[in-house]
Design a binder for this molecule. Structure first.
Ligand SMILES: [Fe+2]
Ligand SMILES: [Fe+2]
Length: 241
């Protein structure tokens, strides 16, 4: 009986240790940044599909943010997204049973949705899993031809992709040598540098960088060359995980 109790305790601590091994950047109250040379591509359980982990709370479930690369002709098994899946196609053509999505496409598969993704040509994606607000049930599939640029502050161009309550997602195009105003991120800010180089007083972020800045963080951003970024704001006022 005593042996059984000890064994159960050992198993429990091993589970905790394993969970902690997978934990990555899950304290949303802290700055997190991954430049392209700071993370390795890691093979996924599916042949030809690899990932760069950015945020992770478990091995293959829960809150996850990553870059995902599909080799030509690869697929990922059919799966359901209990709390939604957000995708931006960075390169190539991503496909599932609902259609083909070329580079520049933005997808939101709402909570409870199911699909079997694949690619014929190969593709690279930015993917956020299990992070939808409970009442955000809108299916979104915006291909480049469905997207419309608008003038932004200064010489920026802005392409709104999705808004729900305080959460807002957009593409922002910065022309050469554009300097933005110092500002505070209410609800935080998350950026993927798609093209060019993004700069603020804390560093420089080449294409392929991911930056997460917490609620009420501040910065003074600028660029030197034309730069395209994906920006999410207003979604990081959560308690740390
Ligand atoms: Fe999916
Ligand atoms: Fe900002």
């Amino acid at each position: 009986m005593i042996y059984a109790l000890v064994a159960a305790e050992d198993l429990y601590s091993e589970r905790i240790l394993m969970k902690n091994d997978y934990l990555l950047n899950m304290d949303l109250s802290k700055v997190a940044c991954v430049r392209p040379d700071e993370a390795q591509w890691v093979k996924s359980p599916a042949d030809g599909v690899s990932r760069k982990h950015l945020e992770r709370e478990a091995e293959e479930s829960g809150h996850t943010t990553s870059f995902v690369r599909f080799e030509p002709g690869s697929y990922f098994p059919e799966h359901t997204h209990p709390q939604g899946e957000e995708i931006y196609v960075l390169e190539g053509v991503f496909s599932d049973e609902n259609g083909d999505y070329p580079a520049g496409s933005y997808l939101r598969n709402p909570p409870g949705s199911t699909h079997k993704p694949y690619t014929e040509t190969g593709c690279t994606l930015f993917v956020k899993l299990e992070q939808f607000q409970a009442d955000d049930t809108t299916l979104v599939a915006l291909r480049p031809e469905d997207q419309h640029w608008r003038p932004g502050i200064g010489n920026l161009k802005v392409l709104p992709l999705h808004t729900h309550n305080t959460e807002s997602t957009a593409l922002v195009l910065w022309p050469d040598n554009e300097v933005f105003q110092p500002h505070t991120h209410w609800g935080g800010e998350e950026i993927v540098v798609i093209r060019g180089r993004f700069i603020d007083e804390y560093g420089e972020y080449p294409a392929g960088s991911w930056i997460r800045s917490p609620h009420m963080s501040k910065h003074f951003p600028r660029v030197e060359e034309e730069t395209l970024i994906l920006v999410k704001v207003g979604h990081l006022d959560n308690e740390p995980a």
